[in-house]
Design a protein around this ligand. Structure first.
Ligand code: NZQ
Ligand code: ZN
Length: 385
């Protein structure tokens, strides 16, 4: 196992009806800004519940944080925070709203141009306003981690940051809040969480047995619950399992003490920035192709994954690896997410554009061995056409 430090201060308050607990969780004297996305939080009544639970506190609102939150929009929230002397941020939404709130928390306390937070990947964040969340979409794990991803529309740059100051103080996870999600968003959540585990698991062995077994359990849970999580009418226990699995997939636990990849995410972010494809869908395009491209470097873990997650036995080692890749692609397709660029109307010109953006953003040595150069990314994308 590699050396590590593990720290996660986020309190999780899980279960039906738990939004009411905001009354005790948010400090009584807080001047609160509630941040949300488009119309879903209002339409579903969650915003009213939040307001009721906050009672007599001073509460303002900032709506309109878009999927793949933009720097341009978030800077308007920063201006509101400063003008109204806000001292507590409450995100109500999915990963985009929570990520955006983390950025606002850091940017509001930042001296200088806040875009530098993205350029420095958060290393320059020295303080942030306290923040918390009410999660309405299980997928990203943002509710229990310290990372965020922000897009600068003007330059089509989608960059991530993280800081120890950006963990939510608490997150409310009520599985019934997922009942209003369209099936496509449930499918996105299943795939995003799956790929989060893969980024931290499918590298090379370092004798990290609990992390490996835990990661394999999370992957199997996602495969097992997928049909039930997608079923209508929604089933509480399936949605609860999806919600908690997605949180555990990226709260630092399985990533502690192991090498991590994240190349699929970095390539995927460029696809979203250029073409607006949902985050999870970009991952479904890139990962199977990346597994194929990196099959030598990832050989030991691919064989372990084939055997333990998909119960592949028999055949040569290469046949077992082929089967593991086929199962992975089939799982994504089974929840309705296409895994080829062509299915999104993209061809070779997109490959050139993504590779150019990766280069422009300094993504020159991706992956656990820092061996995925822009030319390797090109090969991965060409194989995904
Ligand atoms: O905007 P509204 O109207 O609220 O609608 C949203 C949005 O259109 C809707 N929605 C959310 N909850 C709903 C609902 N609709 C009905 N009922 C509900 N209960 O869903 C749409 C998508 O929301 P979004 O927050 O964008 O989705 P997601 O949670 O998948 O977040 C994606 C963002 O997170 C980043 C991605 O890059 C992307 O920008 N990520 C953040 C990570 C992190 N912080 O650790 C890691 C991830 O890898 C990812 O990169
Ligand atoms: Zn992701």
């Amino acid at each position: 196992m590699l050396n590590f430090e593990f720290h996660n201060p986020t309190r999780i308050v899980f279960g039906q009806g738990k939004v009411a607990d905001l009354a005790r969780l948010v400090p009584a004297q807080a001047r609160v800004l509630v941040l949300y996305g488009g119309e879903s939080a209002r339409r579903t009544g969650t915003l009213d519940e939040v307001r009721a639970a906050l009672g007599e506190r001073s509460v303002s609102e900032f709506g309109g944080i878009e999927p793949n939150p933009s720097y341009e929009t978030l800077m308007r929230a920063v201006a509101q925070v400063r003008a109204e002397h806000i001292d507590y941020l409450l995100a109500v939404g999915g990963g985009s709203v929570i990520d955006g709130t983390k950025f606002v928390a850091a940017a509001a306390c930042f001296d200088g141009e806040p875009w530098d937070i993205l350029l420095q990947r958060g290393r320059n964040v020295q303080r942030a306003l306290p923040l918390a969340s009410v999660l309405t979409l299980p997928a990203t794990g943002s509710e229990m981690n310290n990372g965020g991803v922000v897009t600068r529309k003007a330059t089509q740059a989608k960059l991530s940051f993280s800081s120890v100051h950006c963990f939510p103080q608490f997150s409310v996870l009520d599985p019934t809040k997922t009942y209003t999600l369209p099936p496509a968003q449930i499918a996105n959540g299943l795939v995003d969480a799956y790929v989060h585990v893969m980024e931290q698991y499918l590298t090379y062995p370092v004798q990290a047995r609990p992390q490996d077994r835990f990661a394999e359990g999370l992957l199997q849970t996602l495969v097992e619950i997928a049909p039930g999580a997608l079923a209508e009418p929604p089933d509480y226990h399936h949605r609860a399992n999806l919600m908690w699995t997605a949180t555990l997939a990226l709260n630092g636990l399985i990533g502690a003490g192991v090498p991590q990849d994240w190349a699929t995410h970095m390539i995927g972010h460029e696809l979203t920035a250029l073409y607006g494809i949902d985050h999870a869908r970009t991952l479904a395009i890139v990962l199977p192709s990346l597994m194929q491209s990196q099959r030598a470097a990832k050989r030991d873990k691919l064989l372990q994954y084939a055997e333990r997650v998909w119960h592949v036995s028999g055949g040569t080692e290469d046949e077992r690896i082929d089967a593991a890749i086929t199962h992975t692609r089939a799982f994504f397709e089974s929840v309705g997410i296409p895994t080829r660029l062509s299915a999104y109307g993209l061809g070779r010109e997109a490959v050139d554009a993504v590779v150019a953006q990766l280069t422009a953003h300094g993504m020159l040595k991706l992956g656990e061995h820092r061996s995925i150069t822009p030319e390797v990314s090109r090969a991965i994308l060409e194989a995904a056409l």
